[in-house]
Design a protein around this ligand. Sequence first.
Ligand SMILES: C[S@@+](CC[C@H](N)C(=O)[O-])C[C@H]1O[C@@H](n2cnc3c(N)ncnc32)[C@H](O)[C@@H]1O
Length: 462
Amino acid sequence: MEEDVKRWERSYGKLRPAHKELLPHLPKKHQDLRRCSAANFRFILNMLQAFDSPFDMSQDYDTGEETIKRGREASFDINCTSQASTCEATDRVANGYPCLPDKNGIVISRENDAQLDGAVQNGQRSGSSCCEDGNNVDDSRCIDNRLKGGEARLEDVNKIAKPEKSFSKIKKISICGMDFQDPSLQLHVPPADVDKVRCIIRNIVRDWTKEGAFERDQCYKPILEELNYYFPNRSKERPPCCVVPGAGLARLACEISCLGFACQGNEFSYYMLICSSFILNNTQAPMEWVIYPWIHSNCNMTSDENQLQPVYFPDLHPGSAGITDGFSMCAGDFVEVYSHRGQEGMWDAVVTCFFIDTAHNIVEYIEIIAKILKPGGVWINLGPLLYHFADAVSYSGEEEMSLEISLEDVKKVALRYGLKMQKERTIETTYTANQKSMIQTRYTTAFWTMTKDGDSQTAPQR
Ligand SMILES: C[S@@+](CC[C@H](N)C(=O)[O-])C[C@H]1O[C@@H](n2cnc3c(N)ncnc32)[C@H](O)[C@@H]1O
């Protein structure tokens, strides 16, 4: 961010005096941008401090009250660097669910013993297909620093759900003693990592702010209404169970839980998992935190005021939202975790929102969804088919397996796996959009409800 602000200042500095006179407020705006960036950094630091550091932390900052450690090699930075990208998976996921809840009662768990790691996968989407505002950043559809099967230890991911520092200490650590605008804090961070953190910030707006309510109403509300329709008589003792693969920052999973489902979100991005765990388990009150999501680009802003607008979160405090027992987040790759035999016929409902196009092989996703549903179970999907690996070669230099089939073929495949279309329509929506921006990417998403063929005896309770 500092580099961007400096660039903007340089351009301003090159203006002729007569032109500068027309824009006398810009130097103050640049200072305001620095202050907002420092506030974003404070939040990120607080969030990261809530977890046992899985990072290489070798350089200490003495804050007077606590010692803050700083990674030797670009482990953090005022530009919101991705510490997650450097991490070994030192966070542990427990077997089975439900697990012991954290402060707000939400846990991170795993359903089987597939292995996890924190390997960096450079999965950034390129160009405008990835980016909401055409600024080559800011769509968490780009985020792909993921947990991947097969390399790290099972016990590593659970600490995500169990921050060991007390909240009050965390606040002290981040606020006291550090000058967030101190240029010496800035280290070189790969642009892709900076973008991922910016994507997370936009996902916070989508999932956990009042400003995101409009987008959530477009995407999550129809899904919740459909769940309500298919499961009208939800028992508190034995709530129907629902899994949300690619849960992102977990708001949809949280809402489904509040509706009366034993809900499990599944996610494999460390960025997403750390942030959702922080919001779910470490927030104490509504609107406790502030970020400035729109400061990273000057393009398509209708006013400086809009650009510098703070957003407060969480608009819903998960700890007092009324979640149903059994709410959990399962860390790991959807294919690896849910293709496990123990998952077969386990779920009353599968909800996918902006997820199925993340597949290397969408047929495999559909096969797994069909398998894990109980007979008569319900698959609700909303999303486009912006296949994530379609242009992998442009950002990773390597071709990746990417099966890119049409909506028509997706539906044919689903039918072959015994999934019957019950309802189908399209829904216009944005994804992590700045509603006040002059550019908006709108998706005409496919929204459907399918049910799995099944014996009514064993069908889920309706
Ligand atoms: C486009 S985002 C959608 C997030 C959320 N469902 C929403 O609507 O805001 C897709 C999410 O799926 C996650 N994801 C992608 N592939 C995955 C996989 N194989 N297993 C688990 N999560 C995955 C990504 O990390 C990302 O958070």
